[in-house]
Each structure stands twice: as structure tokens, then as C-alpha cells.
Design a protein around this ligand. Structure first.
Ligand SMILES: Cc1ncc(C[n+]2csc(CCOP(=O)(O)OP(=O)(O)O)c2C)c(N)n1
Length: 622
């Protein structure tokens, strides 16, 4: 295998040009095989094989720098920089990350995970190079989906001003996770279409250039017309007019052509955008046909493309999707917004059913929040479905545009809590803190799937800013018989021990399921007095219930899947202290740290929020 010859960065340069395509095929086979076992970002990686090879053939790593936007397409880069073995433990606890990590390799110059940071980060690296008098080529690789994010334009604006040498590779596959959307996407599409005309011109040009006597003057003339036409119709004028040189579009699966355009880009003064056209999922027909499904794939059977572990129960996202759809049927004011994730957030059905009331705004969480604020101010009932970690982007917009005016925007905060294999950048472990600190924001979390339904209905009609957080994975379907109506700031006693003393478990959302099991174990072990309060609201906290619990128990155990700082445990502790009750508080929460990738069960054990760890902490406290 040619791949065996690549042991470290720059080894690819030893591979003769005639074998590049073969190497690309081997890389694809390797990626499909590994990702089918561990899960991971398949489509984007298959589409970026040649692009990555060309970058590695043209650059000199680690001196030169490549910033990968989102970073989900960096697998070939990892493979070409001596991390082949790492694929045995890809995305597993303690194993190789699915994203670039400075800690992992000198060749990873910037950590990513969230979209649309690469142009800014790369520009910073380029400026640092200038000021430190270094000689390096700095490249940012960004997808057309990520180019829908506003930060890209802030960075391009600044890049034009700074006039530093800097290459931006636009990996345009015409897809985000689902179809790319909006004006930028249309603009890029027009370049793709018009490029057919250019290709024809190019082929005439290259044939003529071989003929020294007559061909070359003619070729130069054509080149001039081509540029002239270019000014009129097409490529990259948006970028050119901003002061960014535009090169392309180039076939992003033709390694020699990419190397050639990259060499040209290296000679350009200032910022240059190299536009490559690629195909998401290339080389694996199932991924080409179902790009959304194979964006972030779970382990799958290569033959059929089907998941190795089929889903048996509804997950939280499915429940949200069903309920929002029903709400849409009964109330025409309900509108739904996603930031480029109609599938992931469960809004696909709503999109198909109510296309006029569905908005995919692109990877633009900040805009999504303020757009929703406008919709609410205009009299609608917007529901913004965004993953917990991506909603971090909309923090100021929630404070300034939604909560200050107390507008009725509902935030469906999916993937709240530990998410697992995607790691630090994707864990939803800060939202209770960053949401609860905003005045006027209501923050709640359901114990089971029926409560998610009740809470969503409540939120949509509450005319308040409400964040409803729920985790990744299968929805809990226990405690069906506990279904008291939702009341603002009211918790729900699942079991209340009437005798003084004992332990009260005060759990929020996903932790209620654990609390039920922990309670049973404590009772089995002879602790008879174990109460369980389903908090429902992190804000406003049910202070009455908390005080009652503090007055009648010896120990309160607060349980949440969020960091302790700013979390519900901290609010409860404050309430208990202020109440003057003679009661101890044992907070179960995540530490003040980022949480790496790995299986959620393992992560919980490592972080001591799994059932056994909680039980032993309670036993100790008792
Ligand atoms: C801020 C943020 N929002 C959403 C996501 C989820 N996400 C990951 S990749 C992706 C699509 C990126 O599309 P593109 O940049 O075109 O890359 P491609 O996967 O097509 O190669 C999205 C929406 C994210 N990583 N960061």
C-alpha cells in the first residue's frame, strides 16, 4: 500500500505524481473502514481527500499552518501527519479526537469544532508571522456552509485591510449538513455554473499556449477577454471587490490542478481565496446519496450503510420534532428556526409541512436569535432550535435582543449535557449557567418525554423568553404517571418523605432518571427516608420547595448535567444558606473544566456523576 509509506508529515512529497490518485483511493478506503467502526464525519472527509493531499504537497508542515474550519474534515490531515494508529481509537475516551487539537500534534495549529472561526484564526496566525518576522504560508480551509456564518465576513473585511499574505481555501461542495441555504450559497452556485463557460475558455487557452508562433499571442488575447468577461459575469467578484484576490473555481478532486492554483496563490500579495469545487461523500455512493445521514455517522455497515445499532426508542429530538409539528398544526403563529440543522434538531417534518413558517438561516446562530426576537416582536411565536454548545454564539443576542425586551422566544436547547464523541467543543455543559444568569430568561428541563411535550406547549404560549434544555439520545419514558401541569417556577415532588430527616434528591432534567435509580438503591441499602424532587425549573427556582426540602431533610443532593458554577446546585446552595436551615448540601455537577471526547457513560464515571459515584458520595455524606 502506498499509504504505508506515509509515516509522518511531508512524507507525501515522496510519492510520485503518477500514484497520487491511487493514494487518494487508499485513503478513502481507510476512512470508510475506520469511520464505519467508530462513527465520525464521513461525507466531509471523503470530499476533502484530494484538497488535503494537495495542501500537504504544497506546504511544509508544521512550519506552514493550516486552520481547518469546524475541523470535522481533518481526518486525511491526521493521516498524513503520522496519526494513522490514532484511528483505532478515533473519538473514543483517551483516544484520538475527531477534530484538530494542538495537544495532539504540532501540525494542528488551531483547535476548532464550531463553525466559521478559521478565517479569523488564520488571519491572526498570519499577522503574528509578520510581526515575528517568520516565513510561513498560512491557510484557512472553510466550507461553503461555514461561509454562511457572519464571522467569516468580519474576518474577510479585516483581511482586506491588513493586506497580509494569507490563503483562504473555499471547499465548496454545495452542502452544509443539509443543502446549503441563502444568498451566499446562490452566489457560489452561480460561480459553479458560469465556470463551465470558463472551462471551455481554459481548454482553448491551454491548447493555444503550446503553439509558440501563433498560439501564444492569441492565448494572451483570450486570457484578457476571459478576465474582462470575468469582471462582468462571474467568479469571485464579491470577494475581489472586497479586496481579496479570487482564484478559481478549480476541480477540488484534481490534485495537480489544486497544487497549481495553490502555488499561484502563494505568489499573490495579500489575502487570496482559492475556490475548490468538491463533492461531499465522494467515493462512497451511499454517502453521496445521503449526505445529511453520513455527515456525522454512527457506526454503520459498509454494504448497506445502515447503523450497526438501530435506534429502538424515540430520542429527545424526535419528541421535540413531533410536538412542534403538532403545535404548528393548531397555531399558525408558531414558527421554527434552525441554524443549518433541520435534521439534527428534528425540524425536518415541520419544514416539509409548513415551509412558510420554517426558517433555515444558515450557520448563523447570532442572527437566528435576533431574527427570532424580531419575529416575536412582530407577533409570532418563534421556536429556535439550536444545540446547547452552538447557542453559546447567541449569548449577547439573548441578553440584548430577546430578554431585555422580554420577547416570547422559545429556545429548544438540544444536546444539553454530555454529548460524547465530539468532545470539548460540543459538550452542552454550560447552558444552565449562561442562560440562568440572563434576567427574564426562564430555564427548564424535562424529566421524561411527556414532560418535554408539556413544557414545549407551555413555553410556546407563555409569551416569555424560555429555554428548554434536553439531552442527546433516547428519551426517558419512565415516571409516566407523574404529569402535573407545568406552572412557572414550580417543581414536582415525585416522592416526598413526610418524616423529618433523611436525604432529598433535587434533580434537574436528565438527572431525574438517575435519581430514581439512586433512590431505589438507597432504600435497598436501608435508608428509608429518601425524597425526590423533580426541579423542572433551573430558573425561576422553586425556592419554596427547596426551603421545604432543606427544613425537613438532613442532606440535599442537587443533581444536574452542567458545570457547578452558575448551575442549579449553586442556586440551591445559596437558597439553603439564606434560609438558615440546618441542612447540608451535596452538589452533583460537572467540574470547572472542558470535557474531552468519549463514550458518555465513561465520561460520567470519570467525572463522578454516574450513579455509582453519586451513590458513594451520598453514602459518605450520610
Ligand atoms: C457554530 C456551529 N453551528 C453548527 C455547527 C454544526 N455543523 C458542523 S459542520 C456543519 C456544516 C458545515 O458545512 P461546510 O462548512 O460546507 O462543510 P462540509 O461539511 O460541507 O464540508 C454544521 C452546520 C457547528 N459545528 N458550529
Amino acid at each position: 500500500m502506498i499509504l504505508d509509506l506515509i509515516k509522518k508529515e511531508n512524507d507525501i512529497k515522496k510519492i510520485p505524481q503518477g500514484e497520487w490518485d491511487l493514494l487518494a483511493a487508499e485513503i478513502r478506503e481507510f476512512l470508510i473502514e475506520k469511520i464505519s467502526k467508530c462513527g465520525g464525519h464521513l461525507g466531509a472527509n471523503l470530499g476533502a481527500v484530494e484538497l488535503t493531499m494537495a495542501l500537504h504537497l504544497t506546504l511544509n508542515l508544521p512550519e506552514d499552518k493550516i486552520v481547518w474550519d469546524v475541523g470535522h474534515q481533518s481526518y486525511t490531515h491526521k493521516l498524513l501527519t503520522g496519526r494513522r494508529e490514532g484511528f483505532e481509537s478515533l473519538r473514543q475516551y483517551g483516544g484520538m479526537s475527531g477534530f484538530p487539537k494542538r495537544k495532539e500534534s504540532e501540525c494542528d495549529c488551531f483547535d476548532t469544532g464550531h463553525s466559521t472561526t478559521s478565517i479569523s484564526a488564520g488571519l491572526g496566525l498570519a499577522k503574528a508571522r509578520d510581526l515575528l518576522g517568520k516565513k510561513q504560508t498560512v491557510v484557512a480551509v472553510i466550507g461553503d456552509g461555514s461561509l454562511t456564518g457572519g464571522m467569516a465576513y468580519e474576518a474577510l473585511n479585516n483581511a482586506a485591510q491588513l493586506e497580509t499574505n494569507y490563503i483562504i481555501v473555499l471547499n465548496d461542495n454545495n452542502m452544509s449538513i443539509s443543502e446549503n441555504v441563502g444568498g451566499v450559497s446562490q452566489y457560489l452556485n452561480s460561480i459553479r455554473t458560469d465556470s463551465k463557460y470558463l472551462d471551455l475558455k481554459d481548454s482553448i487557452y491551454y491548447r493555444l499556449i503550446d503553439n509558440e508562433k501563433y498560439g501564444q499571442p492569441l492565448a494572451r488575447m483570450i486570457q484578457r477577454t476571459k478576465n474582462g468577461l470575468k469582471q462582468l459575469v462571474i467568479p469571485g467578484m464579491l470577494f475581489e471587490n472586497m479586496g481579496i484576490t479570487y482564484l478559481g473555481p478549480v476541480d477540488g478532486h484534481d490534485i495537480s490542478a489544486i497544487c497549481k492554483v495553490l502555488q499561484e496563490a502563494k505568489r499573490v500579495k495579500g489575502a487570496v481565496m482559492v475556490h475548490l469545487m468538491t463533492h461531499k461523500g465522494k467515493g462512497y455512493p451511499l454517502a453521496e446519496r445521503h449526505p445529511a445521514r453520513f455527515h456525522g455517522a454512527v457506526p454503520f455497515d459498509i454494504e448497506t450503510g445502515l447503523p450497526l445499532k438501530p435506534q429502538t426508542k424515540a430520542n429527545w429530538t424526535d419528541v421535540f420534532g413531533t410536538v412542534i409539528n403538532k403545535l404548528g398544526e393548531t397555531d399558525e403563529k408558531v414558527v421554527a428556526i434552525t441554524a443549518a440543522m433541520p435534521d439534527g434538531t428534528g425540524l425536518k417534518r415541520f419544514k416539509n409541512r409548513f415551509p412558510d413558517r420554517f426558517f433555515d438561516v444558515g450557520i448563523a446562530e447570532e442572527h437566528a436569535v435576533t431574527f427570532a426576537a424580531g419575529l416575536a416582536a412582530g407577533g409570532l411565536k418563534p421556536v429556535v432550535a439550536i444545540y446547547s454548545s452552538f447557542l453559546q454564539r447567541g449569548f449577547d443576542q439573548m441578553i440584548h435582543d430577546v430578554c431585555l425586551q422580554e420577547l416570547g422566544v422559545v429556545f429548544a436547547v438540544d444536546r444539553a449535557g454530555l454529548v460524547g464523541a465530539d468532545g470539548e467543543t460540543h459538550q452542552g455543559i454550560f447552558d444552565i449557567s449562561y442562560l440562568s444568569m440572563i434576567p427574564n430568561m426562564v430555564v427548564m428541563s424535562p424529566k421524561n418525554k411527556w414532560e418535554l411535550s408539556d413544557m414545549l406547549k407551555y413555553a410556546v404560549n407563555s409569551k416569555k423568553p424560555v429555554a428548554l434544555r434536553y439531552p442527546r439520545g433516547e428519551a426517558y419514558d419512565g415516571l409516566k404517571e407523574y404529569r402535573k401541569p407545568i406552572e412557572l417556577g414550580r417543581a414536582e415532588w415525585i416522592y416526598e418523605n413526610k418524616e423529618p430527616g433523611g436525604v432529598a434528591l433535587l434533580a434537574l432534567g436528565s438527572m431525574v432518571e438517575s435519581a430514581v435509580a439512586i433512590r431505589e438503591r438507597l432504600i435497598e441499602e436501608g435508608h428509608e427516608k429518601v425524597s425526590l424532587l423533580n426541579l423542572r425549573f433551573a430558573k425561576p427556582l422553586d425556592t419554596e420547595a427547596v426551603r421545604r426540602a432543606a427544613e425537613s431533610h438532613d442532606l440535599l443532593v442537587t443533581m444536574e448535567e452542567n458545570i457547578y458554577e452558575g448551575g442549579v446546585g449553586a442556586s440551591i446552595l445559596r437558597e439553603v444558606v439564606e434560609s438558615g436551615a440546618d441542612c447540608r448540601v451535596l452538589p452533583i455537577a460537572l467540574p470547572d473544566n472542558y470535557v474531552e471526547h468519549g463514550n458518555v457513560e465513561i465520561l460520567k464515571q470519570e467525572l463522578h456523576i454516574d450513579r455509582e459515584s453519586i451513590l458513594s458520595k451520598i453514602r459518605e455524606a450520610l
